[in-house]
Design a protein around this ligand. Structure first.
Ligand code: CTP
Length: 460
C-alpha cells in the first residue's frame, strides 16, 4: 500500500500536479451521496487510488458525477478516456476536476510517461469503466488492447468494475451478453444498466446506472479489498481460508480396448468453477480431474486421472487432509469387465460387451468421513430431479447435494452456465439457483457450505 502510494505521489510530481490539487475540486463539491452502510470518513477507504475509464457514449457526462462522488469519499481519482469519449466530453473537464493529466493516448506528444498504461495500471486499487460501451466490453472480453484504456485493463491487477451503458437492443444482443458473461467469469464486477428512456428514444435496460450506485459499489469493493489482500476481481471476503477443498471434476473414461472408451459429455467446468471460486475466497484447493475440455484455474493443484479406479485412488490418498470434499465429477458408472489388450476388430455382426460397476467414489468418501468433514455431491438427472437428488443425499449420507437437470440445452453438461437446485441435509426447503454462470453457481454452493460449517460448529 505504502509502495503504491509512493508511486502515486511520484506520478503526481511527474505530471506537475500536487496531491492537494486532486482535492481542490472536491472542496467545492455539491454532491451529497448517501453511501449506504459506508462511513466515508473510514480510514480504510481514504486515499485509495482509483482509475476512472470513460468510453464513448452519451452517458459520458455522468462520469463527472462518479469522479466527484469518489473524491468526496476520499479517493484519489485519475481519468483515462477513449478517443470516442472525447467526442462527448473534453479531457479538459476531467483534468480540471481530477487535477491530473487525462490519459487518452500512450503516444500523445504531451504524455509525460512513455509506458503510461503500465505505470497507471500498477498503481491503482480499483479500475472503474463508466460508461462502458458495447465496444469496450467486447474488447475487454477478448483481450484486445488497441488504445490506452484497453491496454490498461490488460495490465491491471486491481479489481475492475464496469458500468455498461448502451442502446437496449445492443445490450440484449447475444454478443454483448456473451462478453458480459465472460467478463464476470474473469472476475470483473458488473453494475447492470438501469431501465428507462434512452437518448435514442427506446425504453428498456441500457441506461448507465446512477452515479451514486456506481460510487457505492466501488467503495464496497475497496472496502472488501482492504480487509484482505484478495486476488484480482474478488468480490467476496476470504471466508474460506480455513478450508482445504478436495474436488473431483470432469469425466472418467473406462477403456474398452486401447482406442475406445466409455465416458460422458462432462467438460469439467463446474468443478473448475468451484475450485476458482473457493481459491478466490481463500481456500486451499486440490482438484482431481478426469477428462476435461477447459483450462483449470490458476493457483489450484490439479491431479489428472483417467479411469474411475484412478480417481478413487487419488481421492483416497488426499481425503485425509481435506475439510470439504465436493464430487463434481461425472463418473462412468460401468466399465468393461474384460477390456481388450488390442484393438477389437469388427469380425461379427453383433457384439456383446459385458460391463461391471465402477466403485462409487463419493460413497467411499462418505463411509470413511471424519465428523467435521463436509461432503457435497452432485446429482445429474434428466427426470424427477428433486426426488432422485433427495434419494442420493440420503443414500450417500451427504451434507448437501446439487441437483442439475442435464437434459436442458442451456445449462449443465458442457455448458458455460448452470441452473441448479441445492438440497441441504436437515433442510426441507430446496434452494433454487436460476440460470447463471458456473462461477456464480459455485459461489452460491460455497455460501451454503459456509452456513453448514457454522451450524456444525454450533452443534459441536
Ligand atoms: N459419483 C462418484 N462415483 C461414482 C458415481 C457417482 O463419486 N461411481 C458421484 C458424482 O460425482 C456425483 C454423485 O456421485 O457427485 C452422484 O452422481 P450421479 O451420476 O448423479 O449418480 P449415481 O450415484 O451415479 O447414480 P445414477 O447414475 O444411478 O443416477
Amino acid at each position: 500500500m505504502m509502495r503504491r502510494l509512493g508511486q502515486w505521489l511520484k506520478q503526481c510530481r511527474d505530471y506537475s500536479v500536487t496531491p492537494a490539487q486532486h482535492y481542490c475540486a472536491s472542496k467545492s463539491a455539491v454532491l451529497h451521496f448517501n453511501f449506504k452502510g459506508f462511513d466515508v470518513s473510514n480510514q480504510e477507504i481514504l486515499k485509495r487510488q482509483v482509475a476512472l475509464g470513460v468510453s464513448g457514449g452519451i452517458a459520458a457526462y455522468k462520469s463527472i458525477e462518479v469522479l466527484r462522488g469518489l473524491q468526496r469519499a476520499g479517493c484519489d481519482v485519475r481519468v483515462a478516456m477513449t478517443r470516442h469519449a472525447c467526442e462527448f466530453i473534453q479531457p479538459l473537464t476531467f483534468r480540471a476536476l481530477s487535477g491530473a493529466y487525462v490519459l487518452v493516448d500512450d503516444y500523445a506528444p504531451d504524455n509525460p510517461d512513455p509506458i503510461a498504461h503500465i505505470t497507471f495500471s500498477q498503481t491503482i486499487d480499483l479500475f472503474i469503466i463508466a460508461p462502458a460501451t458495447a465496444n469496450i466490453l467486447a474488447k475487454m472480453a477478448n483481450g484486445i488492447a488497441d488504445d490506452f484504456l484497453t491496454s490498461t485493463y490488460l495490465a491491471c491487477n486491481a479489481p475492475v468494475l464496469v458500468a455498461p451503458a448502451m442502446n437496449t437492443t445492443m445490450w440484449h444482443h447475444p454478443a454483448t451478453q456473451r462478453n458480459i458473461q465472460n467478463l464476470k467469469e474473469a472476475g470483473v464486477h458488473v453494475i447492470e444498466p438501469d431501465e428507462g428512456e434512452m437518448a435514442c428514444g427506446t425504453i428498456g435496460p441500457g441506461r448507465l446506472s446512477a452515479p451514486e450506485r456506481i460510487v457505492e459499489e466501488a467503495l464496497k469493493i475497496l472496502h472488501e479489498d482492504t480487509k484482505e489482500d484478495l486476488p484480482r476481481g474478488s468480490n467476496k471476503p476470504s471466508d474460506l481460508n480455513e478450508e482445504r477443498l478436495l474436488i473431483t471434476t470432469g469425466a472418467t473414461r473406462e477403456a474398452i480396448d486401447p482406442v475406445r472408451f466409455i465416458s460422458n459429455r462432462s467438460s469439467g467446468r463446474m468443478g473448475f468453477a468451484l475450485a476458482e471460486a473457493a481459491r478466490r475466497r481463500g481456500a486451499d484447493v486440490t482438484v482431481i480431474a478426469g477428462a476435461t475440455n477447459v483450462a483449470p484455474p490458476a493457483d489450484v493443484a490439479v491431479i489428472e486421472v483417467t479411469s474411475t479406479e484412478e480417481m478413487l485412488a487419488a481421492v483416497r490418498e488426499r481425503i485425509g487432509g481435506a475439510t470439504t470434499f465436493i464430487a463434481a465429477a461425472a463418473v462412468a458408472d460401468y466399465r468393461a469387465k474384460n477390456p481388450a489388450d488390442s484393438k477389437i476388430k469388427k469380425s461379427k455382426d453383433k457384439m456383446v460387451l459385458e460391463l461391471e460397476r465402477t466403485p462409487d467414489i463419493l460413497g467411499d468418501v462418505s463411509l470413511s468421513r471424519t465428523q467435521d468433514q463436509l461432503i457435497i455431491g452432485f446429482a445429474a438427472e434428466t427426470n424427477d430431479l428433486l426426488n432422485n437428488a433427495r434419494e442420493k443425499l440420503t443414500r450417500k449420507s451427504l451434507d448437501m447435494i446439487v441437483a442439475n437437470d442435464v437434459s436442458r440445452k442451456d445449462s449443465g453438461f458442457d455448458s458455460e452456465n448452470n441452473a441448479v437446485t441445492i438440497l441441504v441435509r436437515d433442510n426441507e426447503t430446496p434452494i433454487e439457483i436460476p440460470l447463471t454462470s458456473k462461477l456464480d453457481v459455485a459461489n452460491r454452493i460455497l455460501d451454503e457450505a459456509i452456513k453448514l460449517r457454522k451450524s456444525l460448529a454450533r452443534r459441536a
